[in-house]
Write a protein that binds this ligand. Structure first.
Ligand SMILES: Cc1cc2nc3c(=O)[nH]c(=O)nc-3n(C[C@H](O)[C@H](O)[C@H](O)COP(=O)(O)OP(=O)(O)OC[C@H]3O[C@@H](n4cnc5c(N)ncnc54)[C@H](O)[C@@H]3O)c2cc1C
Ligand SMILES: NC(=O)c1ccc[n+]([C@@H]2O[C@H](COP(=O)([O-])OP(=O)(O)OC[C@H]3O[C@@H](n4cnc5c(N)ncnc54)[C@H](O)[C@@H]3O)[C@@H](O)[C@H]2O)c1
Length: 444
């Protein structure tokens, strides 16, 4: 039996802890987390702010007590301050000043990510809000009770920014979204798709300020306006959503890091130090769409990597199957899903890529209700013919379709195999000629 210490007990850390505690009895398991809560589903923040759910209760699925009932020792509000990788000791300090020096046989780092905060004048003004933690969401909800908050500026039109733009409009606010790139969601979709999302935002009253770089914020003690290189935007509240960076200060120069600072791990989630694993937003992933190590911060990756590290730390060898960054967003009922590479990204990587597009109704025309259009793009390598990515959008639930493309990328399925793949037909669900096959058949 071993002594396993886990640093960070949010999605990745909790997945590792539950896997160890449920499957490998007899180990001594200790975890530290600097926060006062764990397992907050950030994805629920926009739903909560937008009033689409009644409150935050359902946004947690674990806590200290549940993990301790399974036999772990859990220290909350107790940040790990340093790790001695030679002596295999974790040093932490509780909020009451108590010091902890826990030895370990195996260590799992699940320290996640932290919001990127630009060093600009006025960033410290009141009502400039970060949106990562439960506490951030609770603070925004509390502040929104102040009727004088009318204009909200969201900086960053990525996943969080776009989701929160909808939330604040639903909350009755005037919303402007700024992004330094000339569109929204540019990391996940090609232009044909981002144009559809920007139309959706505009149609719901969101003011778009794309291609603008924030230079400073102005106000007395509360923020009043955001100044960009192209103009200024009135703001009673500013939401900073310009991405996260991996939280790896505990590397202490002892662990190899990826180009963006994430802990570099192999397919067993092991770092450059034997018996030291890293999972979730603080670690790299193996990206099947580029057949290389990459950094893709998603809760889905956090959970899976936590499970993989747990089995390996308990001596049961398990390899990650890699990821392709499958993700989705739904804004005012418009669903948009993507996996793998966009055509733009593939071309930027110098891959000889091509894309096939198709648009059709989900079901035969004689189905008059709940029958929406679906737009699909499949990206593939012209030489190997292997599927590299897929993007889909519809008001219909197309999530199962995207899962198929995720598996196709993972298993290196070619676009030619998709032309004749066995896809069932039932008019309640789809058409005899599926848009998946019809798109693939267009591949030259
Ligand atoms: C608003 C929002 C919406 C999101 N929506 C989605 C979504 O819909 N789908 C999706 O896949 N992903 C989504 N994400 C991303 C997802 O939340 C992250 O990928 C996920 O939280 C990563 O989990 P993690 O455990 O690796 O890291 P984190 O969630 O960052 O947790 C790290 C934990 O480590 C603790 N910690 C850090 N340093 C120390 C230390 N030195 N000592 C002790 N403890 C420490 C922290 O307190 C924290 O609890 C969203 C994120 C946000 C902010
Ligand atoms: N539905 C989901 O899967 C979901 C939802 C929310 C968050 N997440 C994940 O959480 C992480 C954080 O999300 P996020 O939205 O913060 O990051 P993101 O990478 O999705 O978006 C960041 C956006 O900020 C823009 N930006 C960067 N620097 C800027 C600057 N100085 N000024 C203006 N714009 C700037 C970028 O162009 C980008 O559009 C991501 O990994 C994301 O995938 C996933």
């Amino acid at each position: 039996m071993s002594k396993i210490v886990v640093v960070g007990a949010n999605h990745a850390g909790t997945a590792a802890l539950n896997t160890i505690l449920d499957n490998y009895k007899g180990n001594e398991v200790v975890a530290f987390d600097s926060n006062s809560n764990i397992s907050f589903l950030g994805c629920g923040m926009a739903l909560w702010i937008g009033g689409q759910i009644s409150g935050p209760e359902g946004l947690f699925y674990s806590n200290k007590e549940k993990l301790e009932d399974k036999g772990a020792r859990i220290y909350m509000e107790t940040p790990v301050e340093a790790i001695d990788y030679d002596k295999r000791i974790v040093h932490a300090k509780g909020k009451d000043g108590t010091e902890y020096h826990e030895s370990y046989d195996k260590l799992i780092l699940a320290t996640g990510s932290v919001p990127i905060i630009p060093k600009i004048e006025g960033i410290e003004l009141k009502n400039v809000q970060l949106v990562k933690l439960y506490q951030n969401a609770a603070e925004v909800i509390e502040k929104l009770k102040d009727e004088s908050i009318k204009d909200v500026v969201v900086v960053g039109a990525g996943y969080i920014g776009v989701e929160l733009a909808e939330a604040f409009v639903r909350n009755g606010k005037e919303v402007t979204v700024i992004d330094c790139v000339d569109t929204c969601l540019s990391g996940y979709y090609d232009k044909d798709f981002t144009d559809i999302m920007r139309e959706n935002l505009r149609n719901h009253g969101v003011k778009l300020a794309f291609g603008e770089t924030v230079q400073k914020m102005e106000g007395k003690d509360k923020v009043e306006k955001v100044i960009t290189d192209k103009g200024e935007h009135k703001a009673d509240m500013v939401i900073m959503a310009i991405g996260f960076r991996p939280n790896t200060t505990l590397a202490g120069g002892q662990l190899d890091l990826f180009r963006n600072g994430a802990f570099l791990v192999d397919k067993h989630q092991q770092t450059s130090q034997k018996d030291v694993y890293a999972v979730g937003d603080c670690a790299t992933v193996y990206d099947n769409s580029i057949q290389e190590v990459n950094y893709i911060a998603l809760a889905s990756n956090a959970v899976r990597s936590g499970i993989v590290a747990a089995h390996n730390s308990c001596g049961n060898e398990l390899e990650s199957v890699g990821v392709q960054g499958s993700n989705g967003i739904s804004i005012w009922g418009l669903h948009m899903l993507s996996t793998g590479l966009t055509l733009a990204k593939a071309e930027k990587l110098g891959i000889k890529a091509a894309a096939v597009d198709y648009e059709d109704y989900q079901k035969p025309a004689f189905i008059e209700k709940n029958n929406q259009k679906v737009k699909i793009r499949i990206v593939y390598d012209k030489d190997s013919r292997v599927v590299l990515g897929a993007q889909m959008t519809s008001e219909y639930d197309i999530s199962m379709g995207l899962h198929m493309f995720s598996l196709a990328i993972q298993e290196k399925v070619t676009i030619d195999k998709l032309k004749l793949v066995d896809l069932f037909f039932l008019p309640h669900f789809n058409q005899p000629y599926s848009y998946i096959a019809l798109a693939a058949l267009k591949a030259e």
